[in-house]
Design a protein around this ligand. Structure first.
Ligand code: SAH
Ligand code: SF4
Ligand code: F3S
Length: 447
């Protein structure tokens, strides 16, 4: 893609990203566009000539953070007249929100959404040349924009989006509204991107989609997610393949088979359960029962040794009774998750659950949440304890964040390991003996 090239080597940009890996990847694309235009990134937003906020709206607190941060920029813009401020991402795809942001924060120069991300260079040039204020949001289309430069944060691990959007309409969730309908990339485009990554030295790929099991729907080629995984497994140079997220209703025997047979596909499964109560699962529009979920877990655990299972759980969905919640705790004890992302239910406008009666008081939600966290964390620590004395294979990512004298990386099944080892191992897979398992990470020594 050709961008208007300007000599802005001394011009700096700063991107703040909230939300999931989809937004992370979008920010890497924005970064790629800015670098192609001659800008450089900076660590501190006070130094930047362009500030971009890439927003999330999955829960209310994500939106509150955006408001808080935008409020802080008012003074900065006053003292730095040429500063350009842009706001984009999922929050901007909600009805009325871009207009509200534009009015409340008149110092914001550019507002755009998730479907017109690729037009950012054009918007930026319009602001620079004509001193315009821009508010442009597009509805989703079937088109997928390929070929954007991605400036990836890591030089070892890369996210590769395989499909956009979601057609599931879980009643609590705003994602289908703001990310649009499902559309899959052609497998050829995905494989070419991964081959390029392998050439550049990348070792680990995470395939991304809101529901990767729907991959291939609507494409002319004969492809589905298990077939795609097999193709990715054949790319030379790539050593580890992960994926997220898989919807339990579509998690198939075919996929288990491929996970078992493809040596590079990691022994890790993120399978969001959301609730352990069939009644709540039904009103959430999840299309599976607790028993079906547990059967799938049992099957995959029996076929894939060392499998680590993680999940997402929502506490306090409208109408959740004490009994419903107890069923969630029971399910957690039965599956024994390696870790879980736990959320307080947050009411989102225009979703199916928005108008549901029996919204749960905050105090009740918090009490249940604390009990859930305690249960999950205890199991997590117990599982980690079983690693004591074991030898695990770690892809070494770099220095440990908390202790510069140590190295850090992840096991095949996704566990974080901090260890004493040889700095020359960075970028390689090495054997590490676990000497001290902690609640949320493992410590060890390279052997
Ligand atoms: N497509 C993925 C991720 C969706 S968003 C999936 O289906 O798993 C990530 C998680 O946020 C969801 O799994 C859910 O647990 C949580 N979430 C979504 N909407 C929420 C809401 N309104 N309140 C609280 N948690 C929510
Ligand atoms: Fe949201 Fe459900 Fe789609 Fe996940 S599958 S993005 S939770 S609607
Ligand atoms: Fe948030 Fe959008 Fe992801 S709403 S969770 S950034 S898809």
């Amino acid at each position: 893609m050709n961008f208007l090239q300007t000599n802005k080597k001394d011009k700096l940009y700063f991107i703040e990203t909230w939300g999931c890996q989809m937004n992370e990847e979008d920010s890497e694309k924005l970064s790629g566009m800015l670098i192609s235009m001659g800008y450089s990134s900076c660590e501190n937003r006070n130094d930047a000539d362009i500030i971009i906020f890439n927003t999330c709206c999955v829960r209310e607190n994500a939106e509150l953070k955006v408001h808080g941060n935008l409020g802080q920029l008012k003074g900065l813009k006053k003292s730095k007249k040429d500063l350009i401020i842009a706001v984009c991402g999922c929050m901007m795809q909600q009805k009325g929100i871009p207009q509200e942001i534009s009015k409340k924060y008149p110092f914001v120069d550019i507002i755009f959404g998730t479907h017109n991300l690729h037009k950012f260079p054009e918007y930026l040039n319009r602001v620079l040349m004509n001193d315009e204020r821009i508010l442009e949001i597009e509805a989703g289309s079937d088109e997928i924009i390929e070929g954007l430069t991605i400036d990836r944060k890591s030089s070892l691990k890369a996210f590769v989006t395989i499909m956009y959007g979601c057609d599931n309409f879980c009643t609590y969730c705003i994602v289908p509204q703001v990310r649009g309908r499902e559309k899959s990339r052609k497998s050829e485009d995905i494989i070419n991107e991964i081959r390029e990554l392998a050439k550049d030295g990348y070792k680990e790929i995470t395939l991304l989609g809101q529901n990767v099991n729907s991959y291939g729907k609507g494409l002319e080629e004969d492809i589905d997610f298990p077939k795609l995984l097999k193709k990715v497994n054949e790319v030379d140079g790539i050593e580890r393949i992960r994926y997220m997220t898989s919807h339990p209703k579509d998690f198939s025997d075919d996929l288990i088979e491929v996970m078992k047979n493809c040596d590079k596909v990691c022994s890790q499964l993120h399978l969001p359960v959301q609730s352990g109560s069939n009644r709540i699962l039904r009103v959430m529009n999840r299309h599976y029962k607790k028993e079906e979920y547990l059967d799938k877990i049992k099957k995959i655990k029996s076929l894939i040794p060392d499998l680590a299972i993680t999940t997402d759980i929502i506490v306090g969905f409208p109408g959740e009774t004490e009994e419903d919640f107890e069923e969630t705790l029971d399910l957690v004890r039965e599956v024994r998750y390696d870790s879980a992302f736990m959320f307080l239910y947050s009411n989102r406008k225009f979703t199916g659950a928005d108008m549901m009666p029996n919204q749960i008081p905050d105090e009740v939600k918090h009490k249940r949440f604390n009990r859930l966290v305690e249960t999950v964390n205890q199991i997590c620590a117990e599982i980690n304890k079983t690693y004591e004395g074991k030898i695990v294979k770690v892809l070494v990512e770099g220095n440990s964040k908390n202790d510069e004298t140590k190295l850090s990386g992840r096991t095949d099944n996704g566990k974080l390991v901090n260890f004493i080892g040889d700095k020359n191992s960075i970028g390689k897979i090495v054997d590490v003996k676990i000497t001290n398992p902690k609640s949320f990470s493992l410590e060890g020594e390279q052997i």
